[in-house]
Design a protein around this ligand. Sequence first.
Ligand SMILES: [Zn+2]
Length: 221
Amino acid sequence: MIIIMLGAPGAGKGTIGKRLAVQLGITHLSSGDVFRALTKDNTKLGEEIKECINGGKLIPDKLAMQIFEDKIVKYNLEKGIILDGYPRTLMQAKHLDKLFKNMELKVDIAMNIDVEDQLIIDRIVNRRICSNSRCGEIYNLKYGKIPKVDGICDKCGENLIQRADDNEITVRDRLKIYDENTRPLLKYYNKRGVLWNVHSAEDTSIDDIVHQTMIHIEDMD
Ligand SMILES: [Zn+2]
C-alpha cells in the first residue's frame, strides 16, 4: 500500500499519516524529517536545504527528487510506505511515478485532507509550545489541547510561547505556495483514479479521519 499525503500546511497530514502508518504497519516518511536531518550535516547540500527552509521556500525540484529517490530505493516497499510532504510539485509527482514504475509499484492512494484556509490560519495562530526544549509539548488556545493554566505547560510548568512562524502573514504565504505548487497534484492523482479526499471541519476528529480511511482501504482490496 503506497500512500501519498496531500493537504495544505497545517491541515494535519503529519499526525494523520503517522497514525495510518501505525495502523497499517508501514513506514511513515516525512519530507520535513528528511530535510531537517540533512541540515544537521555539515555539507553543501545541508546548507542549501537550510537556506530554503529558513527562507520559507520549497526545496528545488531537482534536489528534492534526488534526495527522495535515494531514500525510497533503500526501503523494502513490499508492505508499502506513507509519503508525507513529497511529492510537492507536478514534476516531483511524475518523477515518483516513473521511479515506482521501475520498481513495479504504483501509488495506491493520494490522500487529500481538505481544510478551509480560515480554519488552518485560526489553528496555527492559536498554537503555543512549551519553552522547555526538553518538553516541547504543543497546545492550542482554541482547539483540542487547551492549557489548564493560561500560558503555562501542564506537563512541566514552564512558560508557553508562540513560534515566530505561527503568525497569519507567514501562514498565508505558505498557503499561497501550496496553492500554486501542490494543489495541481489533486487533479493529477484524480485523473489516475487514486485521489481520496477527506474534508476536515472544525469538529472533525483525527480518529474519524483515520477510521474512514481504514474502511476505504479495506474496500479497495
Ligand atoms: Zn512543558
